[in-house]
Design a protein around this ligand. Structure first.
Ligand code: KG4
Ligand code: ZN
Length: 367
């Protein structure tokens, strides 16, 4: 980019209101405008093409994002009645790099064209702070459980940009376990919503699948104990138990397998939440990511002795409003994208990748 082009970007405003968020990290092309009034538009295009392959095919996802990103963004701006947003942001990771690059470069180009600032957003932070779009929204600090196709992490959120990982999966993500079990049962992709529906017709006590409540400790170590938290989780044993059951059982009943598998998953998630509440003393709780759309999990959460803030189901799976939300909150708290920043396949939201105009020293690993 020439110096002449850069000089056409006006001085950055100290705060912003109308924020465009673009999400393309996996198989949803999504765009949304968020302002102080809340969500002004939320456009999501879910790619169906992956169903026949039983999982997301990265190259096809990137191509489909290229195909849809212009129409999604145009529709989001039109529905919001916005010609020029104050800030353009996009998911910068974690995700499929080729897919992330589509929304990221598109958003950067738009920002340049509009003469507005650009902000990179962590996809997981989008899920983590999704409940802040609720009315009422939780005050900080709160516990936030991100349960998606690639991640299963329980965070303590103290403020915008101040997160602590309390526990996470040591192997499969919970959504991944749903998808793999659904594949074993021949149910199709994505498995989560299919198992969710099927489970409602089955008996959750029909089969006793394992709940790994306490991970192995020294002596009988299966997984290394170093650097592991007491609130970590494991789902690969459960997945193997389902596989063994299916292989060994004649005439297994799909609804009962789905309900029993789901009951085991939910027991583990609820166990970690209850222990996190006890350990931190924080009773405000929220949940995000695709698995947070699960009906039985949502019902169970509402029975907890805690202040639970559930985002609507449509805002648990990938969407643009969660990206616009984080961009807006981050920008207005003084965070700025580091110049020359690019996309990342891995990026934990507790590792800051921004500078802050209110702090004298650059933050995070870029310092
Ligand atoms: O957050 P998300 O849309 O994409 C990622 O960031 O991964 O989550 C997708 C995951 C998939 O594994 C899908 O099977 C799961 O969320 N999922 C569900 C439900 N809806 C989506 N899992 C359980 N029950 C659901 N209703
Ligand atoms: Zn997601």
């Amino acid at each position: 980019m020439s110096n002449e082009m850069l000089s056409t970007i006006p001085h950055e405003p100290p705060t912003v209101d109308l924020v465009l968020g673009i999400e393309t990290s996996c198989d949803e092309t999504a765009a949304s405008v968020v302002s102080r009034e809340g969500i002004l538009s939320d456009v999501i295009w879910s790619q169906q093409i992956h169903a026949e392959y039983g999982g997301v095919v990265p190259e096809l996802a990137s191509r489909a994002h290229v195909d849809k990103v212009v129409s999604c963004v145009t529709a989001a701006l039109k529905q919001a009645g916005v010609d020029r947003p104050d800030l353009v942001c996009a998911t910068g990771g974690p995700g499929l790099v080729g897919a992330v690059l589509v929304g990221f470069t598109f958003a950067k180009s738009m920002a340049l064209g509009f003469g507005t600032p650009f902000m990179t957003v962590n996809h997981l932070e989008g899920h983590l702070l999704s409940a802040l779009l609720n009315d009422p929204a939780p005050d900080f600090p709160f516990l936030s459980f991100v349960v998606s196709g690639g991640h299963t992490t329980l965070y303590l959120a103290r403020d915008v940009g101040d997160y602590e990982v309390l526990g996470q999966t040591v192997d499969d993500a919970v959504g991944e376990a749903y998808d793999k079990v659904a594949r074993m049962m021949g149910l199709g992709y994505p498995g989560g919503p299919i198992i969710d529906k099927l489970a409602s017709q089955g008996n959750p006590k029909a089969i006793s699948f394992p709940r790994t409540h306490r991970l192995q400790t020294k002596g009988k170590t299966r997984v290394k104990t170093e650097n592991r938290n007491d609130l970590d989780m494991s789902f690969s044993g459960l997945k193997s138990a389902v596989r063994n059951y299916l292989e060994r059982t004649e005439g297994w009943v799909p609804a009962d397998v789905a309900a029993s598998f789901q009951a085991a998953v939910i027991d583990v998630l609820i166990n970690r939440i209850q222990r996190a509440i006890k350990e931190t003393g924080v009773r405000r709780l929220t949940i995000g990511g695709g698995v947070a759309a699960n009906s039985a999990l949502r019902q169970r959460l509402m029975t907890l002795d805690a202040d639970v803030y559930l985002p609507p189901k449509s805002r648990c799976t990938d969407n643009g409003s969660m990206i616009a939300n984080v961009g807006r909150l981050r920008y207005n708290s003084g965070f700025r994208t580091v110049k020359g920043d690019t996309v990342r396949s891995r990026w934990s939201p507790d590792i800051d990748m921004y500078t802050n105009i209110h702090s004298p020293m650059p933050q995070g690993i870029n310092s």
